[in-house]
Design a binder for this molecule. Structure first.
Ligand code: ZN
Length: 138
């Protein structure tokens, strides 16, 4: 069995953003040379997510509003976590949107369903953060 590991680094200039990282994961898969196996992609921070959905700007706008309704950033003082920091909402947004995804690798390609793309969800940006890509197989 072969295994491949790579870290993808992001420094998002805004507090929140959704980034399609499918091309990065594709590139890692090509480098791995693995044809059949599994590809894990996970955020390595507790205020960011990795998830799979549609690359559609209306949906991304809807996510932003939905997440702000569930866990509004302001007022910062409403959260007990926010003593000396202001990112309690980011921890909650990450929890809802998930930590990781696993994609099957078939014939050297990410074996997606229709419209599926992999996203990095940043909820407390403006600093360097990373995503782990781990691919195992033959
Ligand atoms: Zn925190």
């Amino acid at each position: 069995m072969k295994s491949y590991r790579e870290e993808l680094w992001f420094n998002v200039p805004t507090r929140r953003a959704l980034i399609n990282i499918t091309p990065h994961v594709d590139k890692a898969l090509k480098k791995s040379g693995i044809q059949e196996g599994l590809c894990l992609v996970n955020a390595m921070h507790i205020t960011a997510s990795v998830f799979i959905n549609d690359d559609e700007s209306g949906l991304h706008h809807d996510y932003e509003l939905w997440l702000e309704k569930l866990a509004p950033h302001e007022p910062v003082a409403q959260y007990r976590h926010n003593v000396g920091e202001d990112n309690a909402d980011a921890h909650m947004k990450r929890q809802i949107m998930g930590r990781e995804v696993v994609v099957a690798v078939t014939g050297g390609k990410l074996d997606f369903g229709t419209w599926e793309q992999i996203f990095y969800g940043e909820f407390d940006g403006r600093r360097k953060k990373r995503v782990l890509v781990k691919i195992i197989g033959e």
